[in-house]
Design a binder for this molecule. Structure first.
Ligand SMILES: [Zn+2]
Length: 441
């Protein structure tokens, strides 16, 4: 999912402001986070609520024999040093040239084993005859690749462990910044980015946030062997912005498309990113042909100028087809994209085009199409951005953006059932959190 890139910059800028004084001033903060206690607890987890979502991709287990491999073997652990290749590392451990050759030419899968980096751990095993008999590598915390010598040659097995997922609830009222409030509620910065990304289509976190805005959500935390190793997904979230409530449910369709949907099952995403560049400031706004009383002439600026450092990536606002990529008078190097029948967008003064972007090419939303520059009539590096609906220029900052396609009609009923279960779950957490808070007072 693409998200407005200016938002990311804003959030990153906001984050270091979490100084102590501000922290102490957060009076209106609820700052509650309730950890789901271990199994058998009365607070329902996703599993006990029978939420009929397919198992997450990352949780699939290809081979459950992984656990028993390690203890029965005589592994020797070797840390990869800079300059090491798999061959060199095995040679240093005593493998012969022909053993190494047999391994590295055995199977396509070997590529995953030769992709090692300094600091990685490789396990090697020699059998009683002193022959190289097994090699194991963990490309990530959950993946293990094992190569094993059998009677018929080298065999490869990959196993992926399941994360243990715990559902967590958090709620906060924003007093200063979203980041600060979320931190107080026990959320990681990564999770705050996810939350902001979900609502970034509806809420401009630079301009729209007001004192007293609040949110609550349930999300997953990932554990391995009882230790937290990261964050999973936001399952559901509610955000109140200037009195308006936006609700988001994470939903996976039967086709495997994952999206955040609102109460009706419509996507929260839009067909267009509002801002196609991470900008430092708006240097010129949209004006239609307006008579200028001092200059005594009609001046129009049919786009928005976003000042940004030269070389900043410019993104396609939506899926579409490039209908022009080249030089055009005062625009300088410009890309024009047509999106379906009714919409087109224009990106001017580019320094250069992204690779492969030329007339006739299809582009995806969020794909980099070029880089900010000052080609054509431009006093400094900026992106001049235009948005047209049915051939008429509209203000890119305010034009209503069409929603992305939501849930397929034949799945809407199931979604509504699922969504109401999630809402009940969130309400339970909220209640438990209020109880816990009252007990503390
Ligand atoms: Zn302009």
């Amino acid at each position: 999912m693409s998200k407005p890139s200016s938002l990311i910059v804003y959030l990153l800028r906001q984050f270091p402001k979490g100084h102590l004084l501000a922290t102490l001033c957060v009076a209106g903060l609820i700052g509650m986070a309730v950890m789901v206690p271990g199994e058998g607890n009365s607070i329902p987890s996703q599993a006990t609520l029978d939420l009929s979502l397919p198992a997450p991709q990352s949780g699939r287990s290809l081979d459950d024999s992984n656990q028993q491999v390690v203890p029965t073997r005589q592994w020797k652990e070797v840390t990869v040093r800079s300059g090491d290749t798999l061959g060199k590392l095995l040679r240093d451990q005593g493998a012969t040239a022909s053993e190494i050759h047999a391994l590295v030419t055995s199977h396509e899968e070997i590529k995953r084993l030769t992709n090692i980096k300094p600091g990685d751990i490789i396990r090697v095993e020699f059998n009683d005859a002193g022959q190289l008999s097994a090699v194991q590598y963990q490309p990530s915390q959950i993946e293990t690749i094992t190569a094993e010598l059998s009677d018929t040659g080298w065999q490869f097995a990959e196993s992926i462990r399941d994360y243990e997922r715990q559902v967590k609830y958090a709620a906060a009222t924003i007093d200063d910044s979203l980041f600060l409030a979320a931190q107080q509620a026990g959320m990681s910065d990564n999770m705050t980015m996810k939350l902001a990304g979900i609502f970034g289509w509806d809420i401009d976190f630079v301009l729209d946030i007001r004192h007293g805005d609040h949110f609550r959500l349930i999300y997953e935390e990932l554990f391995l062997d009882g230790e937290k190793v990261g964050d999973g997904n936001v399952l559901m979230a509610e955000f109140w912005n200037q009195g308006r409530q936006v609700t988001a449910f994470r939903y996976e369709t039967k086709d495997g498309d994952i999206d955040y949907l609102d109460l009706k099952g419509d996507s929260l995403r839009k067909e267009f990113i509002r801002t196609p560049v991470s900008f430092t400031r708006i240097s010129s706004r949209f004006t239609t042909g307006r008579y200028h009383p001092v200059l005594h002439k009609v001046r129009a600026h049919k786009g928005i100028d976003y000042a940004a450092p030269r070389g900043t990536p410019v993104k396609a606002a939506g899926d579409g087809k490039v209908i022009f990529a080249g030089n055009k008078g005062g625009y300088g190097r410009v890309v024009i994209i047509k999106h379906g029948q009714n919409y087109s967008t224009l990106y001017a003064h580019l320094n250069s085009y992204a690779k492969g972007v030329r007339s006739g090419k299809r582009v995806r939303q969020g794909q980099t199409i070029g880089y900010v520059g000052s080609s054509g009539l431009a006093t400094g590096p900026h992106l001049h951005y235009e948005f047209q609906v049915n051939g008429v220029h509209r203000n890119p900052l305010t034009v209503p953006l069409p929603k992305a396609r939501g849930i397929p009609d034949n799945e809407r009923k199931e979604f509504l059932v699922y969504a109401s279960k999630l809402r009940n779950q969130l309400a339970l957490y909220a209640e438990a959190s209020t109880l816990a808070q009252n007990e503390q007072n």
